[in-house]
Ligand binder design. Structure first.
Ligand code: GLC
Length: 623
């Protein structure tokens, strides 16, 4: 064979060899995509804590398919998402909405359920763990038997950041014990209009107060970034929400429009700066619009301000189906909210449609893969910072320790109830009461855990009744008085004659979010009847109000000898008796201005013509 022919043969051989290598490589890639090829060598990378989080994230991302990436951006809800769906669609997160519970609603069943979801995540090709989220906004409030704390408006009245941090610590214990990783709290809203149904979820109308207490709560539930157990073990991941300015919604209309200049909006941005500095690693976007543009579709606020100016490199999560509000046409809504900078989508039910739509948008180059990679990088980053890859499953020994809903935890809540009570009137220093008095307690709300806990308690909206273990205000009174005292309880207020004093408990029906929006904050007809029935007897009256915000009582308070704003104290109602009878002093101070009339609302302590019934910060003290 001459040289020329030999060269031809060799060239042909090399070409065949190259084609063979390409085919083999492609097959291997295909096998990998199909999950057939073991990832044993590279899977160690994401568990290799000698590498930086960034190196581990980058390595893992490089091995993910588009399907796996988009799956990570989706959060399904437990009532519409089976554990097997996590495996089949590579879902990155699961939540339960307010009132969405497992059956039976026990800590043990929650733990078992979340482990089942995590097992399915672990069985996927790359084994990326889910992050499980819940609204534990005043304790692990979906779970029967949990310690339920006063809602934030009451915690604001305590002015006690150390106490709020301890509340965060206890909440994290009771959330992690049930296997959950992520709490959609604290709310950083600075409520400006008491007509807003979510007023009670804010710590108060002051930027400084909200900043101080939300940072304290965050440090309580997460620890601080330098802690070895930061955001894992008995600590959990927190959420700064809702970005941004939700408390300034016009007219107190939930999910409404915020009409502020950018300079005015800074007032509502500042708590986020402190929260991020304190280690907030997730931010939930607000349903509201800013000057007419839905924030879920606002690239300027979500990407340029939050991720750019504030340097936030954690994950941004949408609110419940909030992406659908961005645009009437679904595909455009998905496109705009992804491009705006939302990373993880709370799509409780229609997540298959979301996945298909986003996949089509990426394949059509309408959403660049760089945006997908940025979102998934942020999600993986937070999961790795929370050590979910090394420790995807909860420490089941926590359940055995029996701290869930324990007396020790409830004592923290009882202290918070004491310190949150705001004494607004005390004629003749009638308070504290003597433990030897004959006392008439009136009103069904005085003996009802549901009324004293309010919304976000077992059910999303909350509900009257004996909904979870705790101590009612009446039970607390009975437990604290002496054997010489006679306690008479009346649901309708009839029979007060002959007693030394009447304690009348009135308040709002439980509500959450938009269901609490109100154009009129007057007392209910039922409560007015109750008050008038007792007033006819002329015995001294102590009125206790259970509410998520100040109500209009300007005329009615004239007939009362003493008045206490009790807010929504939660399960430990005996904390009210502790200050009523002087075991502890009244120390609470208003976290929201108390208006004289609806015409004054919105009213704020920084207003020029400020003339409320009781000013922000007011509260009578006793020894
Ligand atoms: C709700 C609330 C949000 C909550 C989420 C999940 O609509 O706006 O605060 O975290 O849905 O329950």
């Amino acid at each position: 064979m001459n040289k020329k022919n030999l060269l031809y043969v060799l060239s042909g051989f090399i070409i065949i060899l190259l084609i063979g290598i390409i085919i083999v490589y492609d097959d291997e890639e295909q096998e990998r995509d199909n999950g057939e090829l073991a990832e044993s060598d590279t899977r160690e990378t994401e568990l290799d804590t000698s590498l930086s989080v960034e190196e581990r994230v980058e390595n893992l991302l490089s091995r993910m398919t588009l399907e796996e990436k988009i799956g990570q951006m989706v959060q399904g809800e437990i009532t519409t998402t089976r554990p097997k769906d996590v495996k089949d669609y590579y879902l990155g997160s699961i939540l339960n909405g307010g009132g969405s519970t497992v059956s039976p609603n026990t800590p043990e069943k929650w733990l078992e359920t979340i482990i089942e979801y995590q097992n399915m995540a672990g069985s996927t090709r790359l084994g990326i763990p889910i992050i499980y989220g819940i609204d534990a906004v005043h304790g692990n409030n979906n779970v029967y038997g949990a310690t339920i704390f006063p809602h934030n408006i009451g915690l604001g009245a305590t002015r006690d950041k150390e106490l709020v941090k301890r509340i965060g610590e206890v909440t994290a214990m009771e959330v992690s014990t049930t296997g959950m990783h992520w709490n959609f709290a604290p709310v950083l809203a600075i409520p400006q209009d008491e007509r807003w149904g979510r007023t009670y979820e804010g710590y108060g109308e002051s930027k400084e107060l909200v900043t101080e207490l939300s940072v304290a709560y965050l440090e309580g539930i997460q620890g601080v970034p330098s802690d070895k157990d930061f955001m894992h073990g008995t600590k959990i991941i927190g959420t700064a929400k809702h970005w941004v300015g939700d408390g300034a919604t016009t007219g107190g209309i939930d999910q409404g429009n915020i009409i502020l200049t950018e300079e005015e909006l800074q007032y509502h941005i500042e708590p986020y700066i402190s929260a991020i500095e304190a280690g907030a690693r997730t931010v939930m976007v607000s349903y509201t619009s800013w000057n007419g543009l839905k924030t879920h579709g606002d690239h300027y606020l979500v990407t340029e301000v939050l991720k750019g100016d504030l340097g936030f490199d954690g994950l941004v999560v949408s609110d419940w189906n909030a992406h659908e509000q961005v645009h009437p046409e679904y595909e455009e809504a998905v496109k705009q909210s992804v491009l705006a900078g939302v990373d993880l989508f709370m799509v409780p039910d229609s997540w298959k449609e979301f996945i298909d739509t986003l996949t089509a948008l990426v394949e059509a180059d309408e959403v660049p893969i760089s945006r997908i990679d940025d979102a998934v990088t942020r999600i993986l980053r937070v999961k790795m910072e929370a050590r979910l890859f090394e420790e995807p499953f909860p420490d089941e020994t926590l359940m055995e320790e029996g701290t869930f809903g324990s007396e020790e935890h409830r004592e923290v809540a009882r202290e918070a109830v004491r310190k949150s009570q705001v004494l607004l009137k005390n004629e003749g220093d009638i308070l504290p009461l003597s433990k030897d008095m004959d006392i008439f307690v009136a009103g069904i709300k005085g003996d009802d855990i549901g009324y004293q806990s309010g919304g976000w308690t077992i059910d999303w909206q909350g509900s009257p009744g004996n909904i979870t273990p705790g101590t009612t205000i009446l039970e607390g009174i009975k437990n604290i008085v002496s054997d010489d005292s006679i306690i008479t309880y009346s649901e309708d207020g009839v029979g007060a004659e002959g007693h030394d004093v009447a304690i009348v408990v009135i308040g709002e029906e439980p509500y959450a979010e938009m269901f609490g929006d109100a154009d009129d904050l007057k007392l209910s007809e039922e409560d007015m009847r109750l008050l008038q029935t007792v007033q006819q007897t002329d015995i001294p009256m102590v009125v206790i109000l259970l509410s998520g915000r100040p109500l209009i009582i300007t005329d009615e308070i004239e007939h009362w000898d003493a008045f206490i704003a009790s807010w929504l104290p939660g399960t430990e109602g005996h904390g009210v008796a502790d200050v009523l009878f002087g075991d502890y002093p009244f120390s609470g101070e208003l976290s929201m201005t108390w208006p004289k009339s609806m015409e004054q609302i919105p009213i704020h302590f920084e207003d020029d013509d400020y003339d409320p019934l009781f000013p922000y910060g007011f509260g009578l003290k006793t020894d």
